[in-house]
Design a protein around this ligand. Sequence first.
Ligand code: XMP
Ligand code: MG
Length: 231
Amino acid sequence: MLPAGANALCHRLHSPRRFQMASCIATPAALSTQLPIRAATAVRHLSDDIAYVLFPEQQIHARVQQLGRQLAHDYADRAPLVLGVLTGAFQVCGDLVRSMDPCPRGTTVNFVRASSYGSGTESSGKVAIKMDMDSKLIKGRHVVLVEDIVDTGMTLTRLKAHLTENCEAASVAIVALLDKRERRKVELEADYVGFQCPNEFVVGYGLDFDEEYRTLPYIGVLKPECYAHKL
Ligand code: XMP
Ligand code: MG
């Protein structure tokens, strides 16, 4: 994962739609030679593995903008520390902080790594935490934890406890782009939720299966045959 400052650039570079547009404009000749090669080798694209799109790019963009403005308002005088949960929240975190307008003075951005999933679609129940910053710097800060999805709730419960008890944050609020409430195993409410999510395994816009699909600009349901052989 790139350091916090490189995240926005990383998002742009990984957007397949923008990449295609750029190559069309820059090298039309190259494009015309690419098309027959693609047809001949029948390249499978990531989007071929998506059963249906749940949240299109525009809808995500509009909702994240609303959340960013709401955060900017709510934290106007609290110099928040926005803490993205890696790896899944790298997209939403980048878009969210860009939407914090007017951005409160003293806002900083960093990341924490929390892993509760192996390579399957079910939580292992264990949460490993790795901070990307000196945890002493969290003491007294108003932390806004940004997560891609709340599922059982175990990851965020553990993270919130760590930030409050071990790091002595002044407050910890949770932003979850998606909330899969049906699957909750512990009592946990996010303070800001993008969308309620049905009980399906979803990928895209940062969410992965086996580290793939994070680059899709929308969120969709993965075709079961794409993960069944790996479980
Ligand atoms: P818990 O169960 O602790 O898990 O709330 C939260 C983490 O689990 C991952 N997760 C998913 N990842 N599609 C994904 O790509 C999903 O449908 C899904 N459900 C849970 C995710 O990493 C999240 O941070
Ligand atoms: Mg996550």
